[in-house]
Ligand binder design. Structure first.
Ligand code: ZN
Length: 248
């Protein structure tokens, strides 16, 4: 293969790596933010459940106060019952007692409902807390991995960039210009393989036989007639000849 073609293949490889590294680096803040968002969603679930528990407890205390008021009223009526003189008074008092009892029953029912609700919310909080703790560990590990990846990617980018600069120095200027011009219009891929059955491996067009023939020589710059990418060819591996047994 011509040294220039080999250099172009290397250049393509470096450019692809540089491009990937840049994209990885650029996506970093977004990935960190996504991890943080997952954590704060878990925290939010805990806070929301805690607020619901507080509301429920407030409601329970209010119901308990009501119950105490009705209980007090009931006790008072019961005390007064022994002091009534007439049958009419007695009946009226009985009526008051029945009403107070009903109110007390309803308030106690509410207290009980709130108690059960509180238990259910407490269980939810426990679960949300567990999820939050798990998420915290996950996100911590994820951010650590992201940071490690960032360091490695930055290093790789640095290496690729200086390797590219060195390689570019070895390339004839017009060839580099051609490569970069094709790369610009072809999503960064300026050179690609021709398949063994004579197709451009990227745009899949069938190369005309004389073009394919020329590409197979690997000694000139030949471009795909459709996508303009520079083409090279990798011959099929030679069948392995079994080692000859030396008999003496
Ligand atoms: Zn093509």
């Amino acid at each position: 293969m011509s040294p220039d073609l080999e250099r172009l293949i290397k250049l393509q490889h470096l450019d692809t790596r540089i491009d990937e590294a840049k994209r990885t680096i650029a996506s970093q803040p977004e990935r960190v933010a996504a991890a943080d968002a997952r954590l704060s969603a878990a925290k939010q679930a805990v806070d929301t459940a805690k607020q619901r528990l507080k509301d429920s407890q407030d409601a329970r205390r209010a119901a308990e106060k009501d119950a105490a008021v009705y209980q007090g009223r009931l006790d008072k009526f019961k005390d007064q019952l022994s002091a009534v003189k007439t049958n009419r008074e007695y009946q009226a008092m009985q009526h008051e007692i029945a009403t107070a009892q009903q109110e007390l029953g309803a308030a106690e029912e509410k207290v009980l409902e709130r108690m059960m609700e509180g238990d259910a919310i407490a269980a939810e909080i426990k679960q949300a807390d567990a999820i939050h703790a798990t998420r915290q560990k996950e996100v911590e590990a994820e951010k650590k991995a992201l940071s490690t990846e960032l360091t490695a990617t930055e290093q790789s980018l640095k290496e690729s960039t200086s390797a590219r600069a060195a390689l570019v120095g070895e390339l004839p200027k017009p060839l580099l210009a051609l490569f970069e011009q094709v790369a610009r219009v072809r999503k960064g891929v300026a050179i690609c393989m021709a398949t063994r059955d004579g197709l451009c491996s990227v745009c899949h067009v069938r190369l005309r036989p004389p073009v394919f023939q020329q590409v197979r020589q690997n000694d000139a710059i030949v471009q795909c007639e459709v996508c303009n990418r520079i083409l090279y060819y990798i011959p099929p591996p030679q069948p392995v000849t079994p080692p000859t047994t030396v008999t003496s």
